[in-house]
Design a protein around this ligand. Sequence first.
Ligand code: CS2
Length: 487
Amino acid sequence: MTTFNNAQLDHLPSGVAAPAYDRAQVRPGIVHFGVGNFFRAHLAHYVDALLNKGGHDAWGIVGVGLRDSASGRKKATDFAAQQGLYSLTAIAPDEARSVRAMGPMVDYIHAAPGAQREHILDLLAAPETKIVSLTITEGGYNIDEASGRFKLDNPAVARDLAHPTEPETVFGYVVEGLARRRAKGLGGLTIMSCDNLRQNGKVSHTAFTSYARARDAGLADWMESHVTFPNAMVDRIAPTVTAERAAALNKASGLEDRQPVLTEAFTQWVVEDRFAAGRPDFAAVGAQFSDDVPAFEHAKIRVLNESHLMLATAGMLMGLTYVDEAMRQKALLAFVKAVQECDVLPTLKAPPGVNLVDYMNTILERFSNKAMMDSLARIASDATSKAQVFWTETVLNALAGKTETNRVAYMLALLLEYLRGQRTDGSRYELQEPALSPEQLKIAASDDWRAALALPAFDPFRSKMTPAFEKQIVEHRKAIRAKGVPA
Ligand code: CS2
């Protein structure tokens, strides 16, 4: 069978929905950095839906990959062979399945150091480009957690600042693109983060304008009046697609897709309506414009991501593989619910129009979706950074006496036990903790209870911890080892 490509679009296997638009007519209006599964299941889905409505041909997407890794190179070869096409399979908790041939990405550019540089800069400086969108991961914004500042001394950033017209980082590219727009007398554009961090627009503003200011204050001033950075809450689970998973997806779809994406039926996108160079009618395809995005972000992080990380750390210790498996452990589910009901929901402001209990129940139902086969290892990866973003508020509330400390101490005990890299049966797993130094990894693996409290996951609340709370954490750790997680 031949690799999935444009020629197949008018005779797709039954069950695969074709684009209702002519891909040849679609012109790029959005340049997207970071073409991972999440982007292909989320923003690309909204753009595809717009194109299907007709009248939106100016909003196609050009994907850009800056990572010179094996998977980055594979993506470049695959998308070249498939002309940017891929299949998106969405499966609901009741197993209802839909498969779409996704055509919104009209081009994919892989920028392996230097190659394709002018091509990318030309696009960024083209009058037709209205939005630069980003899924560059939580850590990709190069912000120092403690000070909230952009790290100008990051070697890649320093390199770009020394060679601003020959960029390699996303900051260097976008700001050089903007410099060229300004020089040509063109207008600005919107820099739109689709990453899962609080105030992602504000963080993007800090990152891109700090870089620009270090390069040329006049350019940074121009950006302040010509570029907008809307905040957005994004939500759709997109599990890792392993080679086996890809084969199973292709078997079910009948396609020979080298880059299939799997996701859940649920999707949500709440975004501020601040677009410097216009925008398509995203609301017509299910996005929600709101002036209260932080309330939505907040609820999502504390209900979804906070629970996800509990299931992941506990599930890894118990030797489980997938999120839905962890959801089927009665004791674990009861614990997650108790934290939500006693420690999270009572301290959370409901976003406009949202009932928090329904919101939680929908999320738990999504987690039970067997078809996702979403790996606990994916969720647990970088637990050190995630706990700081997802759990800190719950911990601070308990330490301030607003809620009980017992469950929260147990969560932290789970995290520390997880960071040892060892299941309760003694077998070991690989840790993915980019935020820990080799020294810190050694502390995490040791049995020094006290030293473990110095790990960075505790940074945001360490000064508020009491000896009694520390003792609770240690007692829980001992109990987990002696009796296992469920007990
Ligand atoms: C997960 C998220 O990686 C994680 O920590 O909780 O990737 C989660 O799947 C998404 O935020 C869902 O929108």
